[in-house]
Design a binder for this molecule. Structure first.
Ligand code: GTP
Ligand code: MG
Length: 137
């Protein structure tokens, strides 16, 4: 089985969508939430997490938004959970996301798209080390 890092971004928390989104993850048969924490992400953490986007025009506004209030960081484990959570989230751009996906149901603009989920096994291991360094691996 796999594990993945999920972030409920500051827009999800400020709009009162923690329960709605965590509920969708919990209800998925075979998946388990094994860590969960409300946390305001600091600049150093965000720079490491989003290193691949340095220099893109959306990078600075993205970091500013991600540091603007508390996020929920969680670890989800289960069969093919990496692919599964990306599907549950929907495409990056909420306008392109189908109804039924989290971004399709609640997303407004591309920057404030509610949720992050690791996009591969390599990303998941890298990101879990950043957000939950104390986890056994
Ligand atoms: P994450 O799960 O947050 O990593 O989203 P993603 O994998 O679907 O997208 P990606 O890693 O490409 O981009 C990271 C985040 O940067 C996105 O979730 C958006 O919040 C933001 N972002 C990406 N592309 C754009 C863009 O073209 N414009 C703006 N404003 N924001 C973007
Ligand atoms: Mg990404």
């Amino acid at each position: 089985s796999q594990r993945t890092l999920v972030l409920l971004k500051p827009d999800a928390v400020s709009r009162g969508l923690i329960g709605e989104i965590v509920g969708r993850v919990e209800r998925k048969a075979g998946w388990r939430i094994t860590a969960l924490e409300l946390r305001t992400l600091d600049r150093a953490t965000l720079e490491t997490h989003y290193a691949e986007h340095v220099g893109r025009p959306f990078y600075e506004p993205l970091l500013e938004f991600m540091a603007s209030g508390p996020s929920v960081a969680m670890v989800v484990e289960g069969e093919r959970v990496i692919e599964g959570l990306r599907a549950l989230a929907g495409p990056t751009d909420p306008i392109a996301a189908a109804p039924g996906s989290i971004r399709g149901d609640f997303g407004t603009v591309v920057r404030e798209n509610l949720i992050h989920a690791s996009d591969s096994e390599e990303s998941a291991e890298r990101e879990l080390k950043i957000f939950f360094p104390e986890l056994p691996r």
